[in-house]
Design a protein around this ligand. Sequence first.
Ligand code: CMC
Length: 434
Amino acid sequence: MSGTASRSVTITLDGSNKSSNLPLIQGTLGPAVADIRKLYADLGVFTYDPGYGATASCESKITYIDGDEGVLLYRGYPIEQLAEHSSFLEVCYLLQHGELPNAEQKDQFEKGVLRHTMLHEQIRQFYNGFRRDAHPMAVMCGVVGALSAFYHDSMDINDPAQRTISAFRLIAKVPTIAAWAHKYNVGQPFMYPRNDLSYAENFLYMFNAVPAEPYQVNPILARAMDLIMILHADHEQNASTSTVRLAGSTGANPFACIAAGIASLWGPAHGGANEAVLKMLQEIGHKSNIKEFLASVKDRNQHTRLMGFGHRVYKNYDPRAKIMQRTCHEVLGELGINDPLLDLAMEMEKIALSDPYFVDRKLYPNVDFYSGIILRAMGFPTSMFTALFAVSRTVGWISQWEEMVKDPQQRIGRPRQVYTGAARRDFVPLAERR
Ligand code: CMC
């Protein structure tokens, strides 16, 4: 652990003379954490923290979030600056290597990624096993996991060179996998990647183009796609990243671990929220229905949530949502689209942010509140939204996975529990059971 520990916290067990003195570790930024590793040995008790709201599961140097202030840093750089000045592949390099690349490193890295964009031809056959209407996230879980059946040459996680090649393969191939999932849905031919295009351009090309006609990538869409990818590239120890780390802690190969991350991302409380936001806005339909909808959100019996609002860590405006909202206006304006759902979303935001229910609980728009509207304007079907999130987040997952593999403190992830089931009892023969 590289944080400093100049203070400590002492826990005393009521009714005994036992106590445990726990070092308080201070990272570069953020609150200190109590190192509880010897608590069980000292006092014979565990800690209980469902949902890990008060638990640091690892040490990391990649991403920092200040949820109270609404700050997001990748390797120390504010997301706003990266969104304005950087490109997605440059951000990928930054997340993986810790520093922004110089011109030569950038060139080498981009070539390294773009050289791996094709899928093995046998993977093409694999798609035929899915139903035509398979959700792109279902296809992505399956195909990304299946990559481990194709790259036996890069499965030794203790070899840095093999880890590097796996990272290149994953970052490079996920756009192809996602674009082909869509092509399979709509019954169009799969478009092979074009390595002369940028990462975002190539994705748009594989998604939109057909062999029968020339396809020009729209630069407005390419820049918006690149920006959306930057905003989603990493987000600290969220559910899917923690899933990747937990799967990887067993020594599982990176393709299997990223497939696990994709499965975790799919849920509506996480990456699936962008799809859910759009469905919610469509169902509400008109500004005049907002009040009624918000009443249902506040009624506990209805189990309705305002999708795209709230966050475990942000108790302030999600900085990504601010950029997304601005970009949404820019892109719709540049494309000449007047989407009533954008007006509806803005009105919803205004009403919710002045409603005591949301104010008291510090519920603000998160990244997903506006991303669905912009993705819809760019021509993506709702079912692709979370798949796009997965494409962008792959670099975050693989960077976090590699950081974990290299961490000398790393052990298999193995939480404990509070057991509240039956105490020990003897087997009852069938004839004696009531
Ligand atoms: N709508 C209405 N009430 C909410 C919402 C919401 N979106 N989010 C939280 N609350 C309420 C919740 O009912 C609870 O109220 P009470 O104290 O009266 O019981 C309080 O706020 C705290 O909520 P929580 O469920 O304990 O908070 P959490 O940190 O466990 O959940 C969350 C975080 C993101 C899962 C949740 O806010 C949520 O379900 N939001 C909607 C889904 C969403 O937009 N997810 C995307 C997250 S950002 C992108 C990503 O991570 O993938």
